[in-house]
Ligand binder design. Structure first.
Ligand code: AMP
Ligand code: ZN
Length: 113
């Protein structure tokens, strides 16, 4: 499958890994929008929130567990941070492999994101 984040998960394309386990992979965003900007993705290819079902949704709660753990480790948990996923064109999704942005390290703008 010609998917950028599948290739990152498989190691075909390099990334700055932050965390990995059996079902998820986390790495630094190549174009950070905040001092801390990490992406957490399921290893399984799920294109977007539109493709989350009862069969594959367990990884979503796990992603939030990982987000909480990484926020503590990266020192942004106490001051606060944002976890966001874009779905489809109107949200500006550019990579169609489900991913959660973890953004922190500064006062984030209160916009629709
Ligand atoms: P989205 O716009 O929500 O689909 O987010 C896609 C994100 O992937 C953007 O923040 C990009 O900067 C990021 N991105 C694209 N290519 C790479 C890459 N090779 N390594 C790390 N992050 C990437
Ligand atoms: Zn993929």
């Amino acid at each position: 499958m010609d998917c950028l984040f599948c290739k990152i998960v498989n190691g075909e394309i390099p990334s700055k890994k932050v965390y990995e386990d059996d079902s998820v992979y986390a790495f630094y965003d190549i174009a950070p929008m905040a001092p801390v900007h990490v992406l957490i993705v399921p290893k399984e290819h799920i294109a977007s929130v539109n493709e989350v079902t009862a069969e594959n949704s367990a990884v979503i709660s796990h992603i939030y567990e990982v987000a909480a753990k990484l926020a503590k480790e990266l020192g942004i948990a106490d001051d606060g941070y944002r976890v966001v996923t874009n779905c489809g064109a109107n949200a500006g999704q550019t990579v169609f492999h489900l991913h959660f942005h973890v953004l922190g390290g500064t006062k984030l703008k209160v916009e629709m994101c």
